[in-house]
Write a protein that binds this ligand. Structure first.
Ligand code: GAL
Length: 658
């Protein structure tokens, strides 16, 4: 049986041991079940090459265990120590201007450096030997937020080897990348550069694949040392940064047991439709529940205005994370260190060692998690709607936006928001996943198309699926070359349309039909119907550049079993909501009704019981109509069918009562 965990990152190495007992007592009083340790403690664990000091860490783990708190250990490779970079200066990364990165911040390593791999093996192996079988260490986090891209000569050579593996021959590479263009033809692998700024689209895409491979290999170095020492119940994760785009997160997650991520708001307040997408994205890395490895206790220190979250906002955020599949929530960090770069960051305990006002809210969340752990742990989200995410498509667009305001992630969110606003549970998954079990699949800006994707769409439609294709679909191959067809390439038959031309828009233009009258921005495709019998135009462009006037913008096409929508433009939010509402009706999805600031999400227990999380994300009272009598497991109250009033930031966990 799993557990709903609650805790924080604790760095005992920052404090004298005499203080630890008091900290742990405060953690216990805050209802902690877990603490994350050691992820930046390399210089404390290995103060000189090959000299290890782990007694302090063992003692901290034991003391936590006595208080009933288990440990997640981090490998410290995001903070290579001074002695290491002094002795092996090539372990330091090089930036795109050819400058060595300075020591003293984080992730200053070259991910491909063999010296760095050697040092990584040594520290990870030593940690694994010492703590791998420790009964109170339940999981491991490798490194911290992989992020740096290195441009050193060693990475360049490795990149050229990678290309040779991928393409086999230079003839193949030259053909795929159309290198005759601007005389880029390569006659030696050693001529191929790491792209800096704009470059050949094939080369740019291949470099992202190389960065992905580099981190995957670096991660394997750690896994190879760690795994042989771990019992099967102990998991390994990495704490990702949701939409961070330097590498393919699906690839890197493949070798992990669990996905986790670090959630920060920075300036402002929680936008649940935005972070809902981030949680659902991370849940999709492994297609299972995840850990929220870090989140902000009140405020951060690195944003424009490091404002605090409103009182009780963090509690709503905590349950929102659980409602989207988090099985743990850990704050970063426990106590403000007296020195170091993050003195102003929010914590649970301040520099004096006293609990901050926020601690009280954490205590409440911890108590609720502990009380509801048995009910919630093991339950999962069973979405009937999926949004497909494709790194190749995203990168292809980011390299050549064609309209500088066209952002792939923003466009994906433009589809997510209206669906989530209607309380539809959504999976965000790799565009290469199977589509079994879904009723509705949306493929935003899926510019890269191959046979596998086409086949999966066909199978999905045959089962009665509703497929939404959008602008910029089916234009490129896996090498980022244009396909020699009009969009949407091999999907044209299913869509019942082809794209005659596409236009980057200077200003919004009118678009509408029976369903709505609205505006189209940034991008507009002129659709041509292929003459199939039942293809229906849902919206046309109004007067604009002449080429688009009165041309089809949105089309729906019935196919054997299902329907294909083609949406050729970026609609205003209201029209987008209306369109999504219509698609939901046609998909036979009937989600909960609630006023805009109230979110309802569902997790399902193994025995089939549905747990409905109802969260008021606003500072005002809200009312929802309960379709059946229910019990709220958080407040311990029973409610009759009918109106349920939610106080500001209220959270309820409802099960239906018969
Ligand atoms: C994260 C990082 C933490 C801490 C935090 C501050 O990105 O993983 O170690 O620095 O930011 O907000």
């Amino acid at each position: 049986m799993g557990k709903l965990h609650f805790g924080a990152a604790w760095y005992p190495e920052h404090w004298p041991q005499e203080r630890w007992a008091e900290d742990i007592c405060l953690m216990k009083e805050a209802n902690f079940s877990v603490a994350r340790l050691a992820e930046f403690a390399w210089s404390t664990m290995e103060p000189a090459e090959g000299e290890f000091r782990f007694d302090w860490l063992e003692q901290a783990i034991e003391m936590l265990a006595e208080a009933g708190i288990v440990t997640v250990l981090g490998t410290p490779t995001a903070a290579p120590p001074a002695w290491l970079v002094q002795k092996y200066p090539d372990t330091l990364a090089v930036d795109e201007y050819g400058r060595r990165v300075q020591f003293g911040n984080r992730c200053h390593y070259c991910v491909n450096s063999s010296e760095f791999h050697r040092a990584t093996r040594r520290i990870v192996c030593a940690m694994a030997e010492r703590f791998g079988k420790h009964p109170k260490v339940i999981g491991w986090q490798l490194d911290n937020e992989y992020n740096r891209v290195c441009y050193c000569s060693h990475c360049l050579a490795q990149f050229q080897v990678f290309l040779r593996e991928q393409y086999g021959t230079l003839d193949e590479l030259n053909a795929r990348w159309s290198t005759a263009y601007w005389s880029q033809t390569y006659s030696d692998w050693a001529q191929i550069p790491i792209p800096i700024g704009g470059h050949n689209p094939g080369l740019m895409l291949a470099f992202r694949h190389f960065v992905t491979r580099s981190y995957r290999d670096f991660q394997k170095v750690q896994l190879d040392e760690l795994r042989p020492h771990l019992p099967p119940s102990v998991w390994v994760t990495h704490n990702f940064m949701d939409w961070f785009g330097a590498f393919d997160h699906y690839e890197i997650s493949r070798d992990l047991d669990l996905a986790s991520w670090d959630w920060y708001i920075g300036t402002g307040h929680h936008d649940h439709l935005k972070t809902g997408a981030a949680h659902d994205l991370v849940r999709g890395y492994k297609r299972k529940n995840f850990w929220l490895m870090e989140t902000q206790p009140g405020n951060v220190n690195w944003s424009k205005t490091n404002n605090v979250l409103n009182k009780l906002e963090a509690r709503a955020m905590a349950w929102h994370a659980v409602a989207h599949g988090a099985d743990a929530l850990l704050y970063w960090q426990w106590r403000s260190a007296l020195g170091g770069q993050e003195q102003y960051h929010g914590t649970l305990v301040d520099q004096s060692g006293s609990p901050r006002p926020f601690y009280e809210e954490a205590q409440l969340i911890g108590a609720e998690f502990a009380r509801l752990s048995d009910l919630v742990a093991g339950s999962t989200i069973q979405s009937k709607a999926a949004i497909l995410n494709c790194y190749d498509s995203r990168w292809s667009i980011e390299f050549q936006r064609h309209n500088s305001d066209f952002d792939y992630v923003a466009y994906l969110e433009h589809w997510y928001r209206p669906l989530a606003a209607r309380n539809v549970d959504i999976d965000i998954i790799s565009a290469d996943e199977l589509l079994d079990g879904y009723k509705l699949v949306i493929a935003p800006a899926m510019i890269v198309l191959d046979e596998g994707r086409v086949e999966r769409f066909k199978a999905f439609l045959k089962r009665g699926g509703r497929l939404v294709l959008t602008l910029r679909t089916g234009m490129k191959d896996r090498h980022n070359a244009l396909l020699p067809f009009r969009q949407p390439g091999a999907l044209a038959e299913l869509a019942g349309v082809e794209v005659e031309d596409y236009y980057s828009l200077e200003n919004p233009i009118p678009v509408g039909g029976k369903l709505f009258q609205g505006s189209a921005s940034l991008w507009a495709e002129r659709l041509r119907l292929l003459g199939q019998r039942f293809t229906t135009v849902m919206a046309r462009y109004g007067a604009s550049n002449g080429w688009l006037d009165d041309q089809p913008a949105i089309v729906v096409n019935p196919v054997e079993g299902g329907f294909v929508y083609t949406v050729g433009t970026w609609l205003d939010s209201q029209s987008q909501q209306t369109l999504v509402n219509q698609i939901l009706v046609n998909s036979l999805l009937k989600p909960f009704e609630s006023p805009a600031p109230v979110e309802v999400r569902t997790r399902v227990r193994e025995n089939g019981t549905a747990l409905h999380f109802v969260i008021n994300h606003s500072r005002e009272h809200q009312v929802i109509a309960l379709p059946w009598p229910a019990i709220d497991h958080i407040g311990g109250q029973k409610f009759a069918q009918g109106n349920l009033t939610l106080y500001p930031y209220a959270v309820a966990l409802l099960t239906k009562q018969n």
